[in-house]
Write a protein that binds this ligand. Structure first.
Ligand code: UGA
Length: 435
């Protein structure tokens, strides 16, 4: 099978490399010549565990290549994936589809034989119809089917998610396309990955509904955490207790500083816009977004409370800046409103992150960056664990207490146990543990 992958961002690069690893011939296309040149030289523009090795081995085997020449890649492809970005449009929260439509127009002129064009980017319901219309408008003789195949990869676990998916959703009613896409994913049936065939619009909605549901689950447990703090309960145990009910499930019930990243905030905003356009109020999702925004901003107050209510003249050390571990991604990270809040309240802020400091410097230029957790904590009045990197789970607590000016730890990810921290003499605040 010959595949063209348009867009070498996060989704395109991971999907392209994994499909090549299945044995397909994949050509990744991007109009950013410098990026393609770098990829050819083996440089991976994103931080994703295992991706460098996967790209290198498949490139070496001749199954994975990189080009700026879209017509050449599309012309020889059986399937063309559109995996370009769909950022939030400035001002109105709608997904910006200009890259998707530009790709569709370019693809149209390069098509030869029967080709399945597959949207992998997260796109509003009805985008597949428009992609099909644009292609046929530009090239009325084109023999194509446009299908939707949304991705459900998590940053930091993307390769595992691709190779061991809970499901693969394929939206098209066309039998030729179903057969071809089934063939593309055939290696996954060995891993018991179930293929779900459905209509194109349904597939597009599944993607948004999945992310909105997960964002809701997180926000739900975050609010329960606030209640647990007040009533003297432990949210971790509550999550375990409800999660053992199969109808609820144990995942995505980890209370924290609010969700961030490139997907949940953008996609919840986008589904709300789609719903507004169709006059369907989605009040639960509206509330999820509002609660999450408020929560992220409230984290600075939590730190200030741990230090007696004032941050003036205090130094606060942050461990972890990225929106979650195993990524360098700072998009909508809870650390951003946290830093703003801390500085507004008069604190000096310094930080350490294992992989995100370069990106963080652009978002947060006015804080001090440190080389490791202990130099970060040196003479600080409080240490705040913002992202649950594995490196922070087994800190030398005695050393930490030694270097801190005040033994105050605010753990926004609940990676330590209150008894353990108390035994080491810390004043320890975490999320939703009022016991
Ligand atoms: C998310 C989805 O999990 C993927 O299935 C989806 O494909 C992807 O968006 C996408 O649409 O592309 P991702 O944003 O990489 O993946 O990261 P998650 O692991 O889902 O975490 C998102 C945010 O939720 C993070 O800020 C994380 O800290 C937070 N979170 C997650 C919690 O606060 N509690 C939890 O229990 C889980």
């Amino acid at each position: 099978m010959r595949i063209a992958m348009i867009g070498t961002g996060y989704v395109g690069l991971v999907s392209g490399a994994c499909l090549a690893d299945f044995g397909h011939h994949v050509t990744c296309v991007d109009n950013d010549a410098a990026k393609i040149e770098a990829l050819r030289g083996g440089a991976i523009p994103i931080f994703e565990p295992g991706l460098d090795v996967l790209v290198a081995s498949n490139a070496k085997a001749g199954r994975l290549s990189f080009t700026t020449d879209l017509p050449a890649a599309v012309g020889e492809a059986d399937a063309v994936f559109i995996a370009v970005g769909t950022p939030s449009r400035r001002g109105d929260g709608h997904a910006d589809l200009s890259y998707v439509y530009a790709a569709a127009r370019e693809i149209a002129g390069a098509l030869r034989d029967f080709t399945v064009v597959i949207t992998k980017s997260t796109v509003p319901v009805g985008t597949g119809d428009e992609v099909e219309r644009l292609i046929l408008e530009a090239n009325p003789a084109a023999d194509i089917v446009v299908a939707s195949n949304p991705e459900f990869l998590r940053e930091g676990a993307a390769i595992r998610d691709f190779k061991f998916p809970d499901r693969i959703v394929v939206g098209t009613d066309d039998e030729r396309a179903r057969k071809l896409i089934g063939e593309i994913y055939r290696p996954l049936s060995l891993n018991q990955g179930p293929l779900m065939f459905t209509g194109r619009r349904t597939a597009e909605l599944i993607k948004y509904a999945a992310n909105a549901f997960l964002a809701t689950k997180i926000t739900f447990i975050n609010e329960i955490a606030d209640l647990a703090e007040k009533v003297g309960a432990d949210v971790q145990e509550v999550a375990r207790g409800i999660g053992m009910d199969n109808r609820i499930g144990p995942k995505f019930l980890h209370a924290g500083p609010g969700f961030g990243g490139s997907c949940f905030p953008k996609d919840t905003r986008a589904i709300l816009k789609i719903a507004q356009d169709h006059d369907v109020p989605l009040r639960i999702i509206e509330a999820v977004l509002a609660v999450n925004d408020t929560r992220k901003r409230a984290m600075a107050r939590k730190v200030s409370n741990a230090l007696g209510g004032s941050l003036r003249g205090k130094t606060v050390a942050l461990l972890g800046l990225t929106f979650k571990p195993d990524t360098d991604d700072m998009r909508e990270a809870p650390s951003i409103p946290l830093v703003t809040g801390l500085k507004d309240m008069g604190a000096q802020v310094r930080a350490y992150d294992p992989a995100g400091m370069e990106q963080a410097r652009q978002e947060l230029p006015d804080i001090d960056y440190c080389d490791d957790p202990y130099s970060c904590a040196q003479d600080a009045d409080a240490l705040v664990i913002v992202t649950e990197w594995v490196q922070f789970r087994a800190l030398d607590l005695a050393k930490l207490k030694d270097v801190l000016r005040q033994p105050v730890v605010v753990d926004l990810r609940n990676i330590y146990r209150p008894e353990q921290m108390a035994a080491h003499g810390f004043i320890y605040e975490s999320i939703g543990r009022g016991t």
